[in-house]
Design a protein around this ligand. Structure first.
Ligand code: CLF
Ligand code: SF4
Length: 293
């Protein structure tokens, strides 16, 4: 049950508002928008907005350098003492912009070692970067896995850019899927709590989601977050039917027999700040540099 799943969470994870339902009313998260680049072309993405793997289309985050993100963190931590998590969720892919993501993690860890570092990624670069994430002490990683079947993946991803090559169709999707699953396995085997986000797209992957959940469970993922497709203007799926709450809930109930289901996701923007249900990013958004502590 949800309750026994909560009891098994470590003291640290109980302070993570996304992984812990009980924690989401008490603890705040802050996203630092340091990673604008991406290596995929998802059909639900409009790159003028934040990465749809975690966010609702419609807003664009202003990009921060790692140093500016650190300064902003200090300011926010002073105003919101129950801030427990700093997450990197784009606005592109956190691993596609690895140097900036790594630098940001190092700076924030050095300033406050009790802050939980969280990362969200499409997973393409996980096999090669997992060792670095482990060395940095990252314990919470979200990977968006929409399919484990390249035929279905080819309907979701237009191309995959990997090591100066651009792969399309089933070929691209197969590489992406293999890397996502390999990455989840490596991280889980080393004690990282892996959350898998799944965008539920009617008529595309909706009959396939249980297979995804069962597969990532076997690889060690600890929770899945099935999210509705919210058609983004300007994306290939702009006019695709929106997934209803009823269908979403039905799917979560089916999948709950395999893994705990997150039901309190807010599809936050890449610069969200505060409790999950009270985004305070506007309060902290400014064009001048953040003052040094
Ligand atoms: Fe951010 Fe994501 Fe970490 Fe949470 S969000 S990187 S796991 S700290 Fe949370 Fe926001 Fe849903 Fe993401 S409510 S969109 S699941
Ligand atoms: Fe867009 Fe995110 Fe997909 Fe990259 S991973 S193409 S930013 S939705």
């Amino acid at each position: 049950s949800a309750c026994s799943a909560e009891k098994e969470l470590s003291a640290e994870t109980q302070r993570h508002p996304c992984y812990s339902f009980a924690g989401h009313k008490k603890y705040a998260r802050m996203h630092i928008p340091v990673a604008p680049r991406c290596n995929l072309a998802c059909n639900y993405c409009n790159r003028r907005f934040d990465c749809v793997n975690e966010s609702r289309p419609g807003v664009t985050s202003e990009i921060l350098t790692p140093q500016a993100a650190l300064d902003k963190f200090s300011l926010v931590k002073k105003e919101i003492p129950n801030l427990s998590v700093v997450g990197i969720a784009g606005p592109g892919d956190s691993l596609a912009d690895w140097e900036k993501t790594r630098k940001s993690i190092e700076l924030i860890k050095a300033r406050d070692e009790d802050t939980i570092i969280c990362l969200s990624t499409n997973g393409l670069l996980l096999p090669e970067l997992a060792p670095e994430l482990l060395a940095l002490g990252v314990k919470h990683v979200t990977v968006t896995v929409n399919s484990i079947d390249p035929k279905i993946g080819a309907l979701i991803y237009r191309h995959v850019r990997y090591k100066d090559e651009t792969l399309t169709g089933k070929e691209g999707a197969e590489l992406l899927i293999n890397n996502q699953l390999t990455g989840i396995k490596i991280l889980s085997a080393h004690g990282v709590l892996v959350k898998v986000n799944i965008v539920m797209i009617k008529g595309v992957n909706d009959n396939h989601i249980q297979d995804v959940v069962k597969t990532v469970k076997e690889l060690g993922a600890s929770i899945t977050n099935i999210m509705p497709l919210i058609p983004a203007p300007g994306s290939v799926f702009a006019h695709h039917e929106q997934t209803s709450n009823k269908d979403l809930e039905k799917m979560r109930q089916l999948c709950e027999t395999d893994l705990p289901q997150m039901r309190h996701c807010q599809q936050c923007r890449a610069d969200a700040i505060g409790l999950l249900h009270e985004d305070r990013s506007a309060e902290f958004s400014r064009s001048e540099p953040y003052p040094k502590k």
